[in-house]
Design a protein around this ligand. Structure first.
Ligand SMILES: *Cc1c(COP(=O)(O)O)cnc(C)c1O
Length: 351
């Protein structure tokens, strides 16, 4: 089902009128290897990084395009997902006028970026099973609601949202729906990437920071219609993905089965950790996980958090988040790290 929605109407007038900076590398591309480059004021002595990187990241996008089955025209890369999300704010949300809808408890960056861009936030808390309240969300939206953020699997709750709820939201919300799939590779649910063509207002973000083990290189990925991607391309900093990042991503993404083997190891560890957390007496509830972390409710989150710190283990205390009172978030580590965590939790519970 396709719906009529004019993306052009959602773009900020300032952005529509913008003429992008044209870099030296933008103006001359698709070159034979023996060309002499005297156009960008670079230092000519080769060291692997003396040249500006490819502003459109052609090789890396071609590889992602092959892995994900999506044409490069529908891919935008950012310096982490944070940059991708910031570009979306800046393209679509008029400061001091527009608003975005977020569903707490969720990833903190949506709120930070909204504040940074002077964009109002409408919060509609998830229900007590951490699912979106679809009708409340649609009722809360108004003519200035430009973006609805759906984080699925959600951080910090670890669950995925029901696909029928997501579909209804994409279909009925009058702005962009950004589905943050940072944890999709740990999930049993299908990615919404395969349905991009059906929904002109759908934006899917992913990252190399979690399942792909490259948090250090900062590579966030945005998939959307060619129309949306071209707007974001107009406003992105010309050389936003540096040469080292592009090279490392290409290197590691090219190793067959590397990520999928690590993901299956992490999922095995998650299952084991889930079972072992059940033996900890001060844990009263373990939430289902579709991600590489587990949310658990304890008797006293601050006390348990500090006890773990004293024993040299750092986890995330989520007790101040709505709906997460006395909840701790445990990232699934290596076999050894998880053993240490369980041993320590047992020790603490007996002290
Ligand atoms: C970790 C995480 C990201 C990743 O952000 P990067 O900037 O790409 O490292 C995005 N969204 C959510 C919900 C996350 O938990």
């Amino acid at each position: 089902m396709t719906k009529k929605m004019n993306i052009q109407d959602l773009i900020r007038p300032t952005i529509k009128a913008l003429k992008p900076y044209s870099s030296a590398r933008d103006e001359f591309q698709g070159v034979p290897a023996d060309m002499v480059f005297l156009d960008a004021n670079e230092n000519p002595f080769e060291n692997g990084v003396n040249r500006y990187p490819d502003p459109q990241q052609g090789t890396l996008k071609a590889l992602l395009s092959e892995i994900k089955g999506i044409t490069s025209k529908k891919i935008l890369l950012g310096n982490g997902s944070d940059e991708v999300l910031d570009l979306i704010f800046r393209a679509f949300c008029e400061p001091n006028q527009d608003n975005v809808i977020i569903l707490p408890p969720t990833y903190g960056m949506y709120e930070v970026l909204a504040n940074l861009n002077a964009v109002d936030i409408i919060k509609v808390d998830l229900d007590n099973t951490f699912q979106p309240k679809v009708n409340e969300i649609l009722n809360a939206a108004n003519a200035n609601s430009k973006i609805l953020f759906l984080c699925s699997p959600n951080n910090p709750t670890a669950n995925s949202f029901e696909s029928s709820k997501i579909e209804k939201l994409i279909t009925e919300f009058k702005g962009l729906v950004v589905i943050d799939e940072a944890y999709i590779d740990f999930s049993n649910e299908a990615s919404w990437l395969s349905r991009l063509n059906e929904f002109p207002n759908l934006v899917v973000t992913q990252t190399l920071s979690k399942a792909y083990a490259m948090a250090g290189i900062r590579l966030g990925i945005c998939y959307a219609s060619a129309e949306i991607i071209s707007v974001l391309n107009t406003i992105k900093p010309p050389y936003n993905i540096n040469e080292l990042t592009q090279k490392k991503a290409i290197e590691l993404l090219s190793i067959k089965d590397l990520a999928s083997n690590q993901i299956s190891d992490i999922l095995k560890e998650r299952t084991k950790l889930m079972a072992e957390l059940k033996n900890i007496t001060f844990i009263s509830k373990i939430y289902p996980s579709d991600a590489n972390f587990i949310l658990a409710k304890v008797d006293d989150a601050n006390k348990r958090y500090n006890q773990l710190i004293e024993k040299g283990i750092v986890i995330r205390n989520r007790t101040t988040q709505v709906g997460c009172e006395n909840c701790l978030r445990f990232t699934v580590g290596t076999y050894d790290e998880n053993e240490k965590l369980i041993k320590t939790l047992l020790l603490i519970s007996k002290s």
